[in-house]
Design a protein around this ligand. Structure first.
Ligand code: 4AZ
Length: 274
């Protein structure tokens, strides 16, 4: 979610308005034409990225509401569950959330559409800027696609400044611009905690990690929230918030998955339905 929309939320009254404002930017723009969608050229893809393939990233999925509108990304973490952002899980009622897997192009009917039987939200979550912007959705049925790996204690180095990571999503291709019909990816370097704290006073290195170039140009954007930031097939971040998209000095802020890996794993375990 954007810092700007959160600021306006602070002037609005009440948490219900907040939920409505989070849901708005992700529902608009789905019907807009994508000028680059035919596969020609590689300019202005995502924000500074390129069309991507599910063959390389089969765990990348998206969420729709009951009307079929894509509102967030997510990532398969087991045969029966996805991780996403808490602010995504809270934007739409559980019974109305659908998880779409195996579909690169939103305009097709490829892959799977699964409902959600259970929603777990990160403990203490209130707002993306306060951390714990993580959720696990248990789906009705099983995915035909392999999960991303969760980081373990040996993966601390993946969070070092300069690690090249890949962000994936079906969100806007420019700040305030059209939503993408295709899955897109962008390559972004992990940003140091001190640098990210300079960009965002709310930055908390325990629960968040930043990625992006100092000069901007490549970033997640509205509608990419909840989607994966991976190094290889290891999930290091979940798209959470930022000040606009791809702006100089304003890297994307992601949920630090290593902090929540044990929780995610516990929620992701397939278990017998009671
Ligand atoms: C959003 O509103 C959003 N540039 C997601 C990511 C970023 C900004 C906004 C990061 O879903």
């Amino acid at each position: 979610m954007s810092v700007k929309s959160r600021r306006s939320l602070l002037f609005a009254s009440g948490a219900l308005l907040a939920v409505a404002a989070v849901a708005v930017p992700v529902v608009v723009g789905t019907a807009a034409a994508d000028p680059g969608a035919a596969g020609s050229g590689n300019q202005a893809r995502i924000v500074g990225g390129n069309q991507a393939s599910l063959a390389d990233h089969p765990y990348a999925v998206y969420l729709t509401d009951a009307g079929g509108n894509q509102f967030c990304g997510a990532v398969i973490v087991s045969s029966t569950s996805v991780a996403t952002a808490a602010h995504c899980a809270k934007a739409v009622a559980k019974q109305d959330i659908r998880v779409v897997a195996g579909r690169e192009d939103k305009r097709t009917s490829e892959g799977q559409v699964l409902g959600v039987s259970k929603v777990w939200v990160g403990q203490g979550y209130t707002d993306p800027t306060q951390g714990a912007d993580v959720a696990v959705l248990t789906v009705r049925g099983q995915f035909d696609y392999r999960p991303a790996k969760l980081p373990d204690s040996g993966d601390a180095g993946l969070y070092a400044k300069g690690t090249q990571a890949t962000v994936l999503g079906w969100g806007r291709i420019a700040d305030g611009g059209a939503r993408s019909d295709y899955l897109r990816s962008g390559e972004v370097p992990v940003v140091s905690d001190s640098e990210c704290h300079s960009a965002y006073t709310v930055y908390d290195q325990k629960t968040m990690v930043c990625a992006g170039y100092a000069e901007g140009g490549v970033d997640a954007c509205q509608g990419d929230s909840g989607g994966p930031l991976v190094v290889g097939d290891t999930l290091i971040g979940i798209v959470s918030f930022g000040d606009g998209c791809a702006k100089a000095g304003k890297p994307g802020v992601y949920t630090r998955v290593s902090t929540y890996a044990k929780d995610i794993e516990a929620q992701a375990k397939p278990r017998l339905l009671g």
